[in-house]
Design a protein around this ligand. Sequence first.
Ligand code: ADP
Length: 253
Amino acid sequence: MSEPTRGPGDAGDDTRGDLAPALELHGVNKVYPPPTTVTALADIDLVVDAAETVAITGASGAGKSTLLSILGTLDRPTSGMVRIAGTDTSAMADPQLSAVRATRLGFVFQQFYLLEHLSVLDNVATGLLYRGVPAGVRRERAAEVLRQVGLAERMRHRAGQLSGGERQRVAIARAIVGRPAVLLADEPTGNLDSATGTEITQLLAGLADDRTTVVLITHNADVAAAMGRQIHLRDGRIVEDSHPYPAGRDRVR
Ligand code: ADP
C-alpha cells in the first residue's frame, strides 16, 4: 500500500508545527478592483523560515506594502495561497484570521502609534490586552520586554516624553510582548535619524536570536544589508532574492 502524499492545501497542513516555514506565499496575485484595476502583486512565491530576517526593498509602487499586508493577513490575495506556520489561511473567516494575527504576528510601523498620555509600561502592556493575560502579569511581561529593548529606565515615563528612537523601542516592545513568531515592520526606521535607525535595526536583527522571524520594508540600504536576506520587488514581482531557498529546505511546491 502506498503512503499518502500531502500537497499544499491538503487537510492536515496545520500539523506541521515548528517544522513548517514561518510564512509561505504560493502563486500569490493581488489585483485591486476597478476603477484602478492595478496588479500590485504578480505570481509571488516566497518561503520565509523561522528566525530569518528579511528586508523587502523596491521603488514606490513596487508592491511592498501590499506584500506585507498579505503576509500579515491584513489583506487577502486575489488568488494564491498564504500559509502561516504551515496553516492555509485562505479558508479562514475574519475572526479566525484576527486570532492568528493576535497570537502569531506582531506589527511595527513608521509612525509609532503610541498612546501618548499612558506610561511606557502601560503602552507595552496593551500588546497583551486581547490575550486573556491578567493585568498584573501583563505589566510584569511588559517590564521584562522593556528591559530587553533597553528601556528599563523609562518604564514610568509617559510615551509623549520620549525621543523618536525610544518611541520606536516601545512600539517594538509592544509588538513582541506577546512573543509572536513573526514581526512585520513597515519602514521602522523611516522617521529616525541614521544613528538611531542603526540602533533600531540592530535591535530588530537581534530578535532572530530568540527565534523571532523579522520581515521589514525599507528604503535604506544599510537597514536592508543588516538583515539576513534581501528581496527586491519591481512592478509587483520579486526580481531579486538573496536566499530564495532557505538553508536546508527544498522548495515547497
Ligand atoms: P509600495 O509599498 O511598494 O509603494 P504598494 O503595495 O503600496 O507599493 O502599491 C502597489 C501598487 O498598488 C501601486 O500601483 C499602488 O498605486 C496600488 N495600490 C495600493 N493600494 C491600493 C488600493 N487600495 N487600491 C488601488 N490600488 C492600490
